[in-house]
Ligand binder design. Structure first.
Ligand SMILES: [Zn+2]
Length: 220
């Protein structure tokens, strides 16, 4: 026979595992009832301390599941932040190169002050354009990750490709297949290659891509 504190520890361990394995609240409750039935302490008339453990387990489960971030969502956030960081770093590198080239040209007096000002202005305008691209691409990815997170939470596991008329071959192919009724599992999407070195589940076609995934529950 388990002592009360052993019972509490055991139940807490089980609840932890159930939350990690992403059981639904209904599955969790069924499992919890089963445990109490096996221990012979199910149903009415059981001591208040046991009832407390039973209710505590449900609270613990909902607390845990509200805090577990899907690994796929976590990975998407990390990848997107890294891509944005790298994009800005590359931009910084390009500005530094341009400026140091200007410095040597000005030392050898091959450029007038006006020329230098013009070249600086065009370097900055290119950088602004580049920064906007990086930021827009990042924001689009964060939107998709938000959708993905909601879909995963509600148990959706399939998606099709949606959005405006495609410009890239990658997007064009997926749009055409989706229009013909094709849906992909998340595993199939993860195996796709958009040729940009990024993950199509988060990034679709890559820079400036306006496409996205529309999720559904699917057959499984
Ligand atoms: Zn696209």
């Amino acid at each position: 026979m388990l002592s009360l504190s052993q019972l509490e520890t055991r139940v807490r361990e089980l609840v932890n595992a159930w939350a990690r394995n992403r059981l639904s609240p209904e599955e969790m409750l069924a499992n919890l009832d089963q445990v109490f039935i096996e221990l012979g302490i199910a149903g009415p008339g059981r001591p208040a301390v046991v009832e407390q453990i039973y209710l505590g387990a449900q609270e613990q489960f909902s607390w845990l599941t509200s805090r577990i971030v899907e690994p796929l969502v976590q990975r998407g956030l990390a990848e997107t932040l890294r891509a944005v960081g790298n994009g800005f770093a590359r931009m910084g590198g390009r500005i530094r190169e341009d400026v140091s080239r200007l410095v040597s040209l000005s030392i050898t007096q091959e450029l007038s002050r006006n020329d230098i000002a013009n070249r600086l202005e065009s370097t900055l305008s290119l950088a602004r354009h580049h920064a906007t691209t990086v930021a827009q691409t990042g924001v689009a990815a964060f939107d998709r990750i938000g959708n993905l997170s909601q879909a995963l939470e509600s148990g959706m596991r399939e998606a099709r490709y949606v959005g405006p008329i495609a410009e890239r071959i990658f997007c064009e192919k997926l749009m055409a297949q989706s229009k013909r009724g094709k849906w992909w599992t998340i595993e199939e999407i993860l195996a796709m290659d958009n040729g940009q070195g990024t993950t199509p589940l988060y990034d679709c076609g890559g820079h400036w891509c306006r496409h996205g995934w529309e999720f559904r529950y699917g057959r499984r």
